[in-house]
Design a protein around this ligand. Structure first.
Ligand code: GLT
Ligand code: MN
Ligand code: MN
Length: 387
């Protein structure tokens, strides 16, 4: 059936997404909590491929070892019954008051050590459940006042933590890649390494950069007023797109985490087109939650909507790629008279000399018509379903 999610689409949701109870800074929950086992069954019912989790989405922070074992056993049984997989896991390093000043960048060395311990245990759990990607969202790695912390110390501590955990993964023989997830602000005033570009720069300073990539989230780049597609393209170009968090978010608002494609449809279209065109084969993870007004029936609609919109946009992308007029326009835009083809293959002294002596007709270059209005209108018409 059209737009039905299939396993090969790799649609995943976090336990914390469809399990979100509708709490916000001004209001108490509007939905009763449902158990991880119930969430797995709900995700299977709507056609998801996988479920991701923080350690404490599954095992409460104060569970005894016996409770942990029982919870994990029940969860694994639900996975077996439904066929859902766990492609990604992560650590909750932001809810407990111990992390109020950050985890790996806390000023308190005992907090930093506790964060490492908690992450190692959580990595063990993730690997036990089959995860191949381990996400680090530095929820509280930041400040309200820069009087409290030197950003160079914070960078050093964060680097030491990721280096330590890379070595731990290697030492344990884990087949695990790390994906760092940037966010500019919220819950703290300023978070360190706020954008995909900042994260990519940081990764190059690590001991094992090959193990570490990024997990860009639509909402987080939008909160910074940035073009998400460009961030994703840069990550892809660097071979660092290890995971992706899909949702939606208007610029200049609080952290909305809306249903994928619900707010900025055109951006969502170009994103899906990019992922499909380049052949990204990782999870399409929806890190979003339903409106606080939703009951669980509407939460199912929310989850179905994320996947359905992705698949509709995928079809629109194919339509764009096959549209004769659009392709003709693109060809016209990229026309090449071959006169500069000698520049291909990089620098040589001869090429530099030749180029320095060229005469360019600036007036003609500036007078060229670029039919981007037509191209954009055709794109809009594809999206509006009249093309
Ligand atoms: C939290 C956050 C997300 C992160 C999750 C992983 S938890 O919901 O808003 O962006 O991806 O820690
Ligand atoms: Mn996220
Ligand atoms: Mn978010």
């Amino acid at each position: 059936m059209a737009y039905e999610p299939q396993p090969e689409h790799k649609f995943t949701f976090g336990l914390w997404t469809v399990g979100n109870v509708g709490r916000d800074p001004f209001g108490v929950p509007t939905r009763d909590p449902i158990s991880p086992v119930e969430i797995v069954h709900m995700l299977a019912e709507v056609g998801a491929y996988g479920v991701n989790l923080h350690d404490n989405d599954l095992v409460p922070i104060d569970a005894t070892p016996a409770e942990r074992d029982r919870i994990v056993r029940d969860f694994k049984r639900a996975l077996e019954e439904t066929g859902l997989v766990v492609p990604m896991a992560t650590t909750n390093l932001f809810t407990d008051p111990a992390f109020k000043d950050g985890a790996f960048t806390s000023n308190d060395p005992r907090v930093r050590a506790y964060a490492l311990q908690k992450t190692m245990r959580s990595m063990d759990l993730g690997v036990e459940l089959g995860a191949k990607v381990y996400v680090f969202w530095g929820g509280r790695e930041g400040t309200e006042t820069d009087a409290s912390k030197n950003p160079l110390d914070a960078a050093k501590w964060f680097r030491e933590a990721i280096n330590f955990l890379c070595e731990y993964a290697i030492d344990q023989g884990y087949d695990l890649k790390f994906a760092l997830e940037p966010k500019p602000n919220e819950p703290r005033s300023d978070l360190y390494l706020p954008t995909v570009g900042a994260m990519l720069g940081f990764i190059a300073t690590l001991d094992h950069p090959e193990m570490v990539g990024v997990n860009p989230e639509v909402a987080h780049e939008h909160m910074a007023g940035l073009n998400f597609l460009h961030a994703v393209a840069q990550a892809w170009d660097a071979g660092k797109l290890f995971h992706i968090d899909l949702n939606d978010q208007l610029f200049g608002r609080y952290d909305q985490d809306f249903r994928f494609g619900s707010a900025m449809l055109k951006q969502a279209f170009f994103l899906v087109k990019f992922l499909e065109d380049v052949g990204y084969d990782g999870s399409r993870h929806f890190d979003a939650h339903a409106y606080r007004t939703a009951g669980y029936e509407d939460v199912r609609e929310f989850a179905r909507g994320c996947m359905r919109t992705y698949l509709i946009l995928k079809e629109k992308a194919e339509r764009f790629n096959q549209d004769a007029e659009i392709q003709a326009l693109l060809q016209e835009i990229r026309q090449d008279d071959g006169s500069t083809s000698y520049l291909a293959g990089g620098y040589s002294r001869e090429k530099a000399e030749r180029l320095k002596n060229e005469t360019f007709d600036r007036t003609a270059l500036g007078a060229r018509n670029l039919p981007y209005e037509r191209l954009d209108q055709l794109t809009v018409e594809i999206l509006l379903g009249v093309r």
